[in-house]
Design a binder for this molecule. Sequence first.
Ligand code: COI
Length: 365
Amino acid sequence: MALTFDLVPNTTRTPATDIAAIFENPGFVNHFSDHMAIAEWTSEGGWDKARVVNYGPFPLAPGAAVLHYGQEIFEGLKVYRHADGSLWSFRPEMNARRFIKSCERMALPTLPEEDFLASILALIRADEAWVPSGEEMSYYVRPYMFASDAFLGVHAGAKITYAVIGGPAGAYFSSGLAGVDIWVTTTYSRAGEGGTGAAKCGGNYASSLIAQQEGAEHGCSQVLFSDAASHEWVEELGGMNFFAVTTDGRLVTPPTSGTILDGVTRNSVLTLAPEFGLTPDVRPLSLSELYAGIDSGTIVEAFACGTAAVITPITSLVYEREGAESKLTLPNPEGEKTLAIRAALVDIQWGRAEDRYGWMHKVSA
Ligand code: COI
């Protein structure tokens, strides 16, 4: 039976003036809205206890399995306030389906698509006042699930917590549309064959942090991973997918094998590309082809894309060659095609252009 996420009465609310102050400078979800949707699963009873309560700490045992073995997954999607005040989410059913796949990979109980969507709707209805309007502003929704029972044997949890939290979000990168420099690591890997690369689990992001730090030491704000077996093939960035634009009008991105996350923004970009004279070219891309293409000018633009990052031009690739730092600047670092695709996407998301692919879902009453 479908879950009903009812609002527990008498929850407290942040005054409108305080929310307005947060909207002035939200960062990327530095503040969470007043409520969270929550449900619990037990191996005996299945999903139960769905509700919307005040955002606040979980009563979590120090022995809770998630703290030891990382049995956890998450999703990320955004809600946009259109000019008429209505609220809209972007392709949430894709997040629901990917969440199910992540559950399966991480031996977590699946949450039916309708319950996933109902939990988001219930949270947004409770926290409508927290959805900002204005350029680059949205409300970022974070559904997640983790093993909450306490034990130290390595096995799947029998008590699972599902929750949805969220808060106002501005641009993910402080550089905004000016673009980002990317560190290419061939020391660390994000995922291997048969691993968890295609699942959205916290461990993938935790393991990317050391490479991210290495990148920061080289002045870069993101890291590009290659395949674990040979370090020859482009995979994805620490928290986003990777695209390259060629002079002969191809939009190249590696296929989402078991090691690359099947991004919702990635999928949308591939759909929009032909509108800009670009032919989607989903195929393995080697680092040597990428470097040679940038060097010779046949690869003119590259960009990072994801829910958080939207579409952000890549200005340069920085990597280590023969023990020294090497830097390749993209021929078109401003990203002319990149920004055109971005504008088309965000115009749909903010309701400024026709929703020609049926991507938007109304979430306000
Ligand atoms: C997203 O794009 O929503 C992600 O989950 C990635 C992370 C950088 C926040």
